[in-house]
Ligand binder design. Sequence first.
Ligand SMILES: Nc1ncnc2c1ncn2[C@@H]1O[C@H](COP(=O)(O)OP(=O)(O)OP(=O)(O)O)[C@@H](O)[C@H]1O
Length: 265
Amino acid sequence: MTRPKVRVAAVSKTFDVKGGRRQVLDNITFDAAAGEFVAVIGPSGCGKSTIFNLLAGLDTPTAGEISIGGESPASSAQCAYMPQKDLLFAWRNVLDNTTLGLEVQGMSKKAARERARALFEVFGLAGFETARPSQLSGGMRQRAAMLRTVVQDRDVLLLDEPFGALDSLTRTEMQTWLQQVWEQYRWLVLMITHDIREAIFLADRVIVLSARPARIRHELTVDLPRPRDISMLTSPQFVALEAELISILHEESHRALLEQEKPPS
Ligand SMILES: Nc1ncnc2c1ncn2[C@@H]1O[C@H](COP(=O)(O)OP(=O)(O)OP(=O)(O)O)[C@@H](O)[C@H]1O
């Protein structure tokens, strides 16, 4: 078996909060291989973004270890992170929004623009390079935010609810589009979503987290053939996977609701 690209080993995270400590992650262990598409799903507030912050090296675990390509997240230059609110700057045109990450890393504006421009076609944004973000549709804005992540040329993409704010029709289109682009580039994608169908449609594997403090509640392998299309959403195999996840998530969401009513310990 090849060595996993991402390794999360016995990771726990506790925050100091007013009036006590709040444990958010409890002994999380999972691996992901190069080229794999892994969806992460769990009740609201269970700790999904916290895991991504640790993977991106923005914070450190209280216990346990994370490695990306054998390196610590902070020193690894292999991860590109698209946070939940990856907003485009209204005063920059679309091209200059997509080059931001590269410029922050020290690349010249000219070189950054050249690299980003080459992706506009694939991201369905050709012709909109000099448009302002306000001139784009919701789906286009999300593709621009994703282009800004992808242009960093990393092997591992962390996508935190990339389609959360979109209407369901646009969302379905974006899922189909993302699948196509992923087939072409084969990044290792870790994607947080609240949408069970989206998770099954896109992922090779779905990791289900428990209510906070998050533990791995379940791992589901999605062995539906690729490329997947929307006609599969109603296939017996898809529906069975969906039912399995719905029942687990409902249980955990209910626990999360009860947990919210408790004060920090
Ligand atoms: N820096 C911090 N200090 C204190 N508590 C924090 C901090 N960051 C996150 N938390 C808490 O950790 C818990 C999990 O937050 P997180 O954003 O990881 O959840 P999530 O599963 O991504 O949520 P959502 O589904 O709503 O996006 C929340 O209760 C949050 O308040």
